[in-house]
Ligand binder design. Structure first.
Ligand code: F1X
Length: 395
């Protein structure tokens, strides 16, 4: 990481700012939605009330002594943040802490009957079962007649724009899904990305997934294409070890998406078969790593994860949160080179992301000026712009 006095870490304590609205409005809305979606008992309702008070007006509290991941959280900064307002610790940290505490409140980590029940499951299922998903799968039938490069490009863009399908985002950006997106790429380094994945590829592609449902399905389609066309010999899909940021994909969501593909007809079903057999013979692996839900940026990743990324031909980070963690959740000057912000990364790395927070790097001065003139700051958080960025370690 470069020295960054010019790129302050983002906090949530500025009223009127996007991070503040997430803490003050989005998190309470998520508590409401989860509470409405499940027939929870009095203990869970009480715990949700307490969480609501803590996250809006209270301070960070320690985890109970019996929490299985207490040491992990202490190492991730909990001890240092206890007693401070949720608004005054790094925003990235507060958000992760919110999801960890929400799971506690509903008994996800407890010994009782609610252990392991994903509080976001109804929302994820509704999306996977939506008619829009049917339409997206049916559209795949247009692909088989196209040249490989065009199919690859279409699937890359499907995966990129699939990142708009973010349920947490939609809770606070009312109507964002319906707005006609400018569909503008503020940075497009896809030529470099394809040069790292030639049709003779013998290497491993790592995809660090973001949302389930209508983002994960196109991510899987992209992986199926890369494996079937020999652009990658193996692929590793990193998903979250537990429910996170409402719609982030877990292993259960991968299973649901694969079953959805397999139950479809036409080209979608064929992609499903490719993936199913790649899982069976080990060319495709699903991984969960505790650090995927850590409240920290990737420069702080543990050695085993660093080694895994170092060995990959390319690691692709999907989505806004992963981008924030990859470059650091800081107010970078937008013209800071992406390669500089990711200079610590141990191998070739790419980001596929729609812009849903203030963090951005790698823009040309002309692009930044045009966006600011047209939209003020809105382009940073509206989810209507996207980027494809790639960096390779200097050898
Ligand atoms: O990672 P994703 O799903 O693309 O987006 C996550 C997100 O909705 O959550 C954060 C605010 O809570 C923002 O970074 C972003 O808008």
């Amino acid at each position: 990481m470069p020295d960054t006095p010019f790129a302050p870490v983002i906090l949530g304590n500025e009223p009127g700012s996007f991070p503040h609205s997430v803490l003050a409005e989005r998190h309470p809305a998520i508590i409401r939605q989860v509470r409405d979606a499940f027939p929870y008992g009095p203990g869970q309702h009480r715990a949700l009330d307490e969480l609501l008070e803590s996250c809006t007006e209270g301070t960070v509290e320690p985890l109970p002594a019996h929490a299985p991941d207490r040491d992990l959280w202490d190492a991730w900064g909990l001890t240092a943040h206890v007693g401070r307002s949720w608004y005054d610790v790094p925003w990235l940290w507060s958000e992760s802490w919110f999801y960890r505490r929400l799971l506690d409140a509903v008994g996800f980590f407890g010994p009782g009957a609610w252990r392991g029940i994903d509080p976001f499951r109804p929302f994820k299922h509704a999306e996977l079962d939506a008619p829009e998903t049917d339409a997206e799968l049916a559209a795949l039938d247009d692909l088989p007649g196209l040249p490989e490069e065009e199919r690859a490009r279409a699937l890359l863009h499907g995966s990129l724009w699939g990142n708009r399908a973010d349920l947490g985002f939609r809770l606070s950006a009312e109507g964002a899904e319906d707005r006609d997106p400018a569909r503008a790429l503020v940075a497009d380094e896809s030529d470099t990305l394809w040069s790292l994945l030639p049709p003779t590829g013998a290497g491993t592609l790592v995809l660090v997934a973001d949302n389930a449902g209508r983002e994960l399905v196109p991510d899987l389609l992209l992986l199926a294409h890369l494996l079937a066309e020999g652009r990658a010999a193996r692929a590793v899909l990193h998903v979250k070890p537990y429910p996170y940021y409402v719609s982030d994909a877990t292993t259960a969501d991968v299973v649901d998406a694969l079953r959805r593909l397999r139950a479809a007809s036409g080209a979608a079903a064929e992609y499903g078969r490719v993936l199913w057999s790649a899982l069976a013979d080990g060319r495709l692996t699903v991984r969960v790593h505790p650090f995927s839900c850590a409240p920290l940026p990737y420069p702080d990743m543990p050695d085993d994860l660093r080694a895994e990324f170092a060995a990959a031909t390319l690691t692709v980070f999907k989505g806004d949160l992963n981008y924030r963690r990859l470059v650091g959740d800081r107010l970078w000057p937008p013209t800071t080179p992406f390669a500089e912000a990711t200079g610590y990364f141990p191998g070739p790395v790419a980001a596929l992301r729609t812009l849903k927070s203030d963090v951005v790097t790698g823009l040309s001065a002309a692009t930044e000026a045009a966006l600011a003139a047209a939209e003020g700051r809105r382009w940073r958080t509206s989810g209507t712009h996207a980027l494809i960025q790639v960096a390779r370690p200097v050898t």
